[in-house]
Design a binder for this molecule. Structure first.
Ligand SMILES: Cc1cc2nc3c(=O)[nH]c(=O)nc-3n(C[C@H](O)[C@H](O)[C@H](O)COP(=O)(O)O)c2cc1C
Length: 223
C-alpha cells in the first residue's frame, strides 16, 4: 500500500468487528511509528496498550463511571478553545450532524445522542485500544509531536488492513483511566485510540468527513 492509499482510506471508524488484533502486530506498528520525527528527538509519546481481559474490565468500569459521572471529571486541558469561532465552529458542527444523520439520530433526541457518545467509552467495540500520555512539563511543540506519532500509527494500521478512531473524549475521564493504567502523576492523558477491523456494514463507517479546499488553508509564494 502506498502512503497515499493509507491516507485516503483512513477514517475514524466507530464500529468494529470483534476480530482480535495480534499483540505482535501492534508492537511492530508502535516500533515503526516511533520513527516519527519530534523536535530535538524528544520522542515525548507514552503509550499504554490494552486488550483482552483488562479491556473487558475497563469497558465494564466505564459503563458504571459514565452513569455515575455523566459530565466527566474536572478537565486537565480544553479539547477545544472555550468559544469555538468560525470556520472551526461550523466544521465541528457539520461533521457531528453528518454523523448523526447517518445514524438516524435527530438533533432533538439528546438521549440517543448521549447514548451514542457513550459508545466512545466502549471503544466502539474495538478489540484493542491504546492511551497516549505526555509529561506535564511538555508544551505545544511536544503535543504536536504526539500527533505525528499517532498519525503514523493510524497509517501503519491501514497498511495492515486495520482501522482506528483517535479519541480525546477519554481525557474527560483521565482520573479513572489514570488509575486503571497506573499513569505516573507527572504524566497527563492526551487521548485514547480504538483499534481493530472496521465493520463494513455499520452506517457510521460511511461517514466521509469533508476537508477545506487547498486555497482555504494554504498560501503560496514563488510557486
Ligand atoms: C486528537 C483527536 C481526537 C479525537 N477524538 C474523538 C473522540 O473522542 N470521539 C470520536 O468519535 N472521534 C474523535 N476524533 C475523530 C475526529 O472527529 C475525526 O478525525 C474528524 O472528524 C475527521 O474525520 P476522519 O478521521 O474520519 O477523517 C478525534 C480525532 C483526533 C485527531
Amino acid at each position: 500500500m502506498h502512503v497515499q492509499d493509507a491516507l485516503a482510506t483512513r477514517l475514524s471508524v466507530r464500529d468494529f468487528l470483534p476480530t482480535p488484533v495480534s499483540g505482535e502486530l501492534i508492537r511492530e506498528i508502535l516500533i515503526t511509528a516511533a520513527r516519527a520525527p519530534s523536535g530535538g528527538n524528544l520522542q515525548p509519546w507514552h503509550i499504554a496498550v490494552i486488550a483482552g481481559e483488562p479491556l473487558t474490565r475497563l469497558r465494564s468500569l466505564m459503563i458504571d463511571r459514565v452513569a455515575a459521572c455523566p459530565e466527566g471529571e474536572p478537565v486537565e486541558y480544553d479539547i477545544y478553545p472555550p468559544s469555538l469561532h468560525s470556520p472551526y465552529r461550523e466544521r465541528r458542527f457539520e461533521v457531528g450532524e453528518d454523523m448523526y444523520r447517518l445514524l438516524g439520530i435527530a438533533r432533538e433526541d439528546k438521549a440517543a445522542r448521549r447514548a451514542w457518545f457513550a459508545r466512545n467509552y466502549q471503544f466502539f467495540g474495538a478489540p484493542l485500544a491504546l492511551f497516549c500520555s505526555v509529561d506535564r512539563r511538555m508544551g505545544p511543540p511536544q503535543w504536536s509531536d504526539l500527533g505525528m506519532f499517532l498519525q503514523s500509527v493510524m497509517l501503519l494500521l491501514r497498511e495492515r488492513g486495520l482501522d482506528s478512531c483517535p479519541q480525546e473524549c477519554w481525557s474527560l475521564y483521565h482520573e479513572t483511566v489514570g488509575r486503571f493504567i497506573a499513569l505516573p502523576p507527572e504524566r497527563l492523558l492526551f487521548c485514547g485510540m480504538a483499534i481493530g477491523y472496521r465493520n463494513p456494514d455499520h452506517p457510521v463507517n460511511r461517514l466521509a468527513s469533508k476537508r477545506a479546499p487547498l486555497t482555504e488553508f494554504a498560501e503560496f509564494m514563488g510557486v
